[in-house]
Unconditional design. Structure first.
Length: 210
């Protein structure tokens, strides 16, 4: 009986302590600091009394039950789908005839560019970015009409898998931080200004000088 009475008294004290503001907290008429250390401007309302303990506990548990780490904002989901589609297109049109290592390398170049000072801040922005000189496309397939032609379903499925893994955090270490590449069939002038990193399949990859 004494234990129950003591527990009941404790609940009453907690409820009373949460139902009113301390007696020394009052709004100042000139916006001066309150005795509690809080400053209220002239047009601000006096802070409402804190909710009772039972209400606060109920709200806390309701919030915990409704939280889910898998819940995403619809716009973020759309952005993820767009990024996947853009990266898949880059892998497919740039390297579908390459072994998977070559396709992984192309995917990593795209992701290495995202957010760099000279490039766009999103995957799709990088893929569709125009070159500074002449306004041509960074990736030829964006401008040459290749996307209007029928796709090979098997090659597209492979590119999709590689792009999804790359966006999920998988990296291809042999090219490191490379942000440029060209085919072995050409020798562009710009390549002299970068550090050659690796040759993967039919592509040579470069990174900027430190």
């Amino acid at each position: 009986m004494k234990a129950r009475a003591g527990f009941g008294l404790l609940l009453m004290l907690l409820g009373a302590s949460c139902s009113t503001l301390p007696h020394d907290v009052h709004a100042a008429s000139d916006g001066a600091p309150l005795s509690s250390g809080v400053t209220i401007a002239l047009d601000d309302p006096v802070p409402a009394a804190p909710p009772r303990l039972a209400y606060r506990l109920t709200s806390f548990f309701n919030e915990m039950l409704s939280w889910s780490p898998l819940r995403r904002h619809p716009r973020l989901a759309d952005a993820d789908d767009a990024s996947l589609n853009c990266l898949t297109a880059a892998v497919y049109y740039e390297a579908r005839s390459e072994p998977e290592d070559g396709q992984r390398a192309v995917a990593q170049v795209v992701l290495n560019r995202v957010g760099r000072p000279s490039f766009a801040r999103s995957v799709c922005g990088v893929v569709h970015q125009r070159s500074a000189a002449g306004g041509g496309c960074q990736f030829d397939f964006v401008c040459d009409g290749a996307q209007g032609r029928r796709r090979e379903s098997g090659a597209w499925a492979t590119a999709l898998r590689i792009a999804r893994r790359a966006l999920g955090g998988e990296t291809y270490d042999p090219i490191g931080s490379a942000t440029f590449y060209h085919t072995t069939a050409v020798a562009p002038d710009w390549s002299r200004h970068f550090v050659r990193v690796a040759t993967i399949g039919a592509h040579i990859f470069y990174r900027t000088r430190a």
